[in-house]
Ligand binder design. Sequence first.
Ligand SMILES: Nc1nc2c(c(=O)[nH]1)N[C@H]1C(S)=C(S)[C@@H](COP(=O)(O)OP(=O)(O)OC[C@H]3O[C@@H](n4cnc5c(=O)[nH]c(N)nc54)[C@H](O)[C@@H]3O)O[C@H]1N2
Ligand SMILES: Nc1nc2c(c(=O)[nH]1)N[C@H]1C(S)=C(S)[C@@H](COP(=O)(O)OP(=O)(O)OC[C@H]3O[C@@H](n4cnc5c(=O)[nH]c(N)nc54)[C@H](O)[C@@H]3O)O[C@H]1N2
Ligand code: SF4
Ligand SMILES: [Mo]
Length: 750
Amino acid sequence: MDNFPQTNSSYPVGGGLPVIQYWAEKTLSPQGLQLWQTLNHKSACLSCAWGTGGQKGGFVNEAGEYLQRCAKSVEAIAAELQPGIKQDFFSENSISELQKLTSQECDRLGRLSYPLILRSGSSYYQRISWEEVYDIATQAFNLPPARIASYSSGRSSNEAAYLLQLFVRSLGSNNLADCSDLCHAPSTVGLKKVFGSGTSMVSLESLEHSDCIVLIGSNAPANHPRLMNELIKLRERSGKIIIINPQIEIGLVKFASPAFPIKSLLTGGSDISSLYLQPTPGSDVALFVGLQKSLIEQNLIKTEYLKSYAHDWQKVLDYANNTSWDDITKTCGLSQEEITATAYIIGKSARVVFAWAMGITQHANGVDNVFSIANTALITGNAGKIGAGTMPIRGHSNVQGFGSMGVTTNLREEIKQALSELLGKPLNETPGYHTRDLITAAELGKIDTLFCLGGNLYAANPDLQQAKQALSQIETIFYVSTKPNLGHFHGLAKKQTLILPVFNRFENPHKTTTESGNNFVRLNNEGKSHLQPPDADLISEIELITEIAHRLHGKIPIDWRKLQDTVYVRKLIAKTIPGYKKIGTIDQEKQEFIIEGRIVDEPKFPTSDGKAQMFVTPLPQLSLPSKETFGVTQNQPGIVLILGTGRSYGQHNTVVYRNEDKYRGMPHRHCILMNSLDVKKAGFHEHQRIKVKGDRGELDNIEIICGAILEGVAFMFYPEANILFQAKIDPQSGTPAYKRVPICVYRSPL
Ligand SMILES: Nc1nc2c(c(=O)[nH]1)N[C@H]1C(S)=C(S)[C@@H](COP(=O)(O)OP(=O)(O)OC[C@H]3O[C@@H](n4cnc5c(=O)[nH]c(N)nc54)[C@H](O)[C@@H]3O)O[C@H]1N2
Ligand SMILES: Nc1nc2c(c(=O)[nH]1)N[C@H]1C(S)=C(S)[C@@H](COP(=O)(O)OP(=O)(O)OC[C@H]3O[C@@H](n4cnc5c(=O)[nH]c(N)nc54)[C@H](O)[C@@H]3O)O[C@H]1N2
Ligand code: SF4
Ligand SMILES: [Mo]
């Protein structure tokens, strides 16, 4: 039943040669020695949340397996090891010059190494001292709590995250927007409702016992490369891999991993997909309801399990039974036969893991997508046993830690209680702004001070024009960062914009911790930066947050300066964060650990009565606007398509490292990947330059590339594509539908 789709990529397998070339180039470069030292530093990989490194050494995962760092990790470290930006750079380049830089050019300026300010009326960022920064901060945070907000990205440590939320909450604000609002919020919201915990219930060890993985809306070869080793091992033990993705990602068909060098050399890589399904973007609920219907029809459901361990399962089964095959197949574009064959594999497998990423969450019905996956896991008895369960594949290397530490607008009751005891007062009950609400509030002039702990709030949002306008209504913005990005030059505040340089994970003068997507907490050793005084003047994130807090509150209700020693922060975390008790002794014992209560290997879930709660997931009503809606006439060459935006193989989120994407055959950033039938239908040809229009903006001179993508669907890179559209927002999670954007690809009349 293996089906191996074909692609037009110049690389017939994912991974392989380009990855090895990149390793060789980087590690043999003049920077090579430093790179090797950093790779061996005892700290977690900076890049993705799969998690590698820590106390066992830079190349080891939590199972103790060696050779676990991928080229993405090298890419991230190499960028951090760049020299500091020269003293005179900012006095020689005005803001309008800086605004001409691309994402890649911003990153290549080098490391930020001294504090900068851009005052209204001035055209230049100027160096200032930390004393001046603290003076400005003391004034900027001395305002009504509703007018203060933070945004964060998941690269910083648990300790910094904990202090950030403690500081913001101590001011009386709950406005803790986070990049996870744009990312896995639907997984957190959905899984919490179903199973009582918003994270993966599968550990790496448990994953190694699975005999079937359903991988949905994830481009793991690019974004979580070491997950590919688990997929290869699963195929080697005769397990099945079902891929659900409208686009054929070459590395999901065949992948050459450096962890399996002989196999890669002899066979050119390992087979990944046993079955590759290409549903219409945004239709996964229909596919999963179809799978449920077919499982019922094939008598492959576990009724006794449902009776014992789940609520409302009958409603879910009734809904699947009563939904017609016609509605299901028309919505998702897959045939009944394909769905039946897939249901058979799932139903006959002993231990199935359902894993997903942005193809599931970044939709107007992202939470429903997650519910429909969880329902399918439950009706086949695949939740609450070793080798099975639900596994959201998280993004940034510590994004999950940020959530655990309480950087969220949906704070768990236990944490709320513990924090109010710590702060000696009840927490403010006014709901906080998540990222999209923050943009709206800022646009309405409701925010005066914004503290960004990492990230790129400007370029990560849909509708860049709106983001820029919204940020320009804020009086003061602090960008706490390691390297310059588009946001620093386009997301400017009304009165003053500050860029504050900080050490990264392997440079901090104290130990920190991070949490992987598999719920494993790693300890990061102290390090040293290559950026040294007098040119460089960086501090740690911990020092920055605690010093501002100290200037505002002194020792009330806690001694903020004492918290500059992260041992004390860990003591507070151990006391106030559920499942994190072991962090209290990690300094003495160096014992990294799996967070208590997260891995579920018996069908007793962390809900109030131990049972899972199932939810009916209505089929989405999917439609596309006409050409005329975009102002393009019927007789003009062009076509309306569903655009999915995402990452190339050479970028980390809004930061571009390399222009080309060899695996998809896209030679630069200004390409659109289309199905060749659509290209023909529209009256175009491959490599033609066309216009792409969304509901908010237009990009011109975009090159058409034909690729293995479903008919009617197109793919472009973010953040550039964020100029085009105002995304729909999932009402249950606040996450934008970046993966289903109506666009018109057209050409002006000659
Ligand atoms: N190297 C590198 N690593 C990264 C990142 C990076 O930028 N670079 N970013 C990190 C972060 S923050 C995140 S969140 C993750 C992102 O990791 P991914 O989620 O893997 O990244 P995306 O590029 O958003 O790709 C999502 C996949 O979903 C598919 N898809 C699109 N629409 C649909 C749909 O409707 N249904 C289904 N089933 N599939 C769909 C797309 O074709 C694509 O293959 O990676 C993390 N790791
Ligand atoms: N169209 C479209 N838009 C999207 C997405 C999509 O798929 N399509 N994906 C969304 C997703 S999943 C996410 S997570 C967001 C990403 O949104 P963000 O997390 O906001 O953006 P990043 O590009 O990861 O942020 C990069 C910056 O972080 C800073 N940084 C790096 N390391 C550190 C550190 O250790 N400390 C500090 N303080 N700063 C550091 C650097 O200055 C770097 O420039 O984008 C979202 N936007
Ligand atoms: S898979 Fe992720 S965590 Fe592991 S080395 Fe690669 S980027 Fe780092
Ligand atoms: Mo993300």
